[in-house]
Design a protein around this ligand. Structure first.
Ligand SMILES: Cc1ncc(COP(=O)(O)O)c(C=O)c1O
Length: 316
């Protein structure tokens, strides 16, 4: 199996499949200096018994990518359906039989100095073998960051804009140095926004609560999946409302959601135990359902996943 940075992995750049080792950009590339790129993160899960690789909600990810690229006026010529097919083909060309992370990136590619962008755009899709992002079997310990979430009128958090991830990198680094597994951002109004790379949910009095999309969060696709599962499968009331910091310390259950982390239970926050530092029953059930749905095991959510090999046998 090829490892993450293997130059012989096949990626897709500006309309062509090529070796990762040949997919390079110049040192003066605009996005490298000014953060003018928009990226995505998509998972594909390998279902060993069924020998199938399932891309998770690729259409929604590509639709979001195209819209977000529009915030920076970056043009991605292909449609979301076409990009999903290209990604499935990328999986097949790499003969992946393992969990995979897909990283599409669109960026301002002119090689010159000067912050004002022009209309020279590029895009690429890289796929890497990828296991666990956050070890969360026994839950994680999160800490409220001293860094605030960027505001929509600074750099839109919903945009998944490369430069905005300096905000996440600062919070993530601080959290780890302080001994936490992940950071929780408050926004400028002091409400809970999200994790450095994930959304956040809290259970209080049998209601599933998460900040609304106007609280400077990424409009997570996993967030959307979790809300649907909670409502449809668990019959829970799902509420989008601002969350105070102190609610983190008194809530019944708490968890992160995201493409990379999946659903990660939070059992301690700022050294306060959540539910005696045990993973709560609603969190555990949602986690189980999310894993099943994204591995193609729930018929009612088969439309979330795109089988990679069904239409084209391995090696074809
Ligand atoms: C800041 C941030 N919030 C939330 C998420 C979760 O979004 P999604 O579920 O679409 O991966 C991500 C990951 O992409 C993220 O980077």
């Amino acid at each position: 199996m090829k490892a993450q940075g293997d130059p012989n992995l096949i990626c897709y750049m500006d309309g062509e499949y090529m070796r990762l080792g040949d997919a390079n950009v110049g040192i003066l590339t605009h996005a490298l200096h000014y953060g003018t790129g928009v990226f995505e993160g998509i998972r594909a899960y390998w279902d060993a018994p069924g020998r199938e690789l399932y891309l998770v909600r690729p259409f929604e990810h590509y639709a979001r990518w195209k819209k977000n690229a529009g915030l920076l006026r970056i043009n991605i010529p292909s449609e979301a359906g076409e990009l999903s097919e290209i990604t499935a083909e990328l999986m097949r060309r790499n003969h992946f039989e393992t969990d995979v992370y897909v990283r599409p990136i669109a960026f301002k590619s002119a090689e010159r100095v000067g912050v004002s962008p022009d209309d020279v755009d590029a895009h690429a899709i890289v796929a890497l073998p990828f296991g666990e992002y956050l070890h969360a079997d026994n839950g994680v310990h999160a800490g409220v960051s001293s860094w605030r979430r960027i505001d929509d009128n600074m750099i839109p958090a919903r945009g998944k804009i490369c430069g905005a991830y300096v905000n996440s990198a600062l919070a993530s680094e601080e959290a780890r140095r302080c001994g936490f597994d992940e950071a929780i951002f408050l926004n400028e109004s002091g409400h809970v926004a999200e994790g450095a790379t994930c959304n956040i949910f809290m259970v209080r009095n049998n209601k599933l609560i998460t900040p609304p999309v106007t609280e400077n969060i990424l409009e997570g696709i996993t967030r959307d999946s979790i809300m649907e599962l909670a409502h449809n499968e668990l019959g829970l009331q799902v509420v989008e409302r601002p969350i105070d910091r102190s609610e983190l310390y008194i809530c019944d259950e708490l968890f992160f959601s995201g493409t990379a982390v999946g659903l990660a239970p939070i059992v301690r926050v700022d050294h306060h135990d959540v539910l005696n530092a045990k993973i709560g029953p609603i969190t555990a059930e949602l986690q189980r359902q999310y894993v099943d749905a994204t591995h193609g095991r729930m018929r009612q959510y088969r439309h979330w996943v795109m089988p990679v090999y069904a239409s084209s046998p391995v090696g074809a």
